[in-house]
Design a protein. Structure first.
Length: 170
């Protein structure tokens, strides 16, 4: 895995979250695969960060992404995805999770605010019950229309199949 100053273990994430909360900071948590980072991701993460003082991300491991999205995913390995996300100013920390959902991770961290995209009903958001029971909030944010990793992958594949030189050279 490539180096990333913001990528921390689950235990380190817990220590960071508890420290931030003890100092009065509001911790926002979100999660996802973030396979091919696009404008929709960036706008979503900026909006999530504005809800609090720090933003912590749960990043699906490669094995988790494969189980959720299929054998051809992720396109980018977890180390690369963590490096790209760590470079974003609005992200304060991130940690990998190997489960299909981050429910266990969220139950451990107990952020002040849990955020997902508006395509999720609050009742279906993993970890929502734990956050609400702990006095936190669960919010959904609007998504940037027409932006998704799956759509990007489809466009790339369509372009590659229509290209006279589909050898993969640039």
């Amino acid at each position: 895995m490539t180096g990333s100053s913001k990528l921390v273990s689950r235990r380190e994430a817990l220590e960071k979250v508890r420290g931030w909360q003890a100092s009065g900071k509001k911790v926002v948590f979100s999660n996802g695969c973030f396979d091919l980072l696009h404008a929709g991701h960036v706008e979503y993460l900026q909006a999530a960060r504005r809800l609090g003082d720090v933003l912590v991300l749960g990043l699906n491991s490669d094995a988790s992404v494969r189980r959720l999205k299929g054998p051809s995913r992720p396109v980018c390995p977890e180390g690369d995805r963590a490096t790209v996300l760590s470079a974003l100013q609005m992200v304060d920390a991130l940690t990998l999770f190997d489960e299909d959902t981050p429910e266990e991770l969220i139950g451990l961290l107990l952020p002040d605010i849990l955020v997902k995209g508006a395509d999720w009903d609050v009742e279906r958001i993993a970890g929502a019950r734990a956050v609400l029971d702990h006095g936190g909030a669960v919010l959904t944010l609007p998504l940037l229309e027409g932006r998704s990793t799956s759509t990007l992958i489809e466009k790339i594949l369509q372009h590659a199949s229509q290209s006279p030189d589909s050898s993969g050279t640039a």
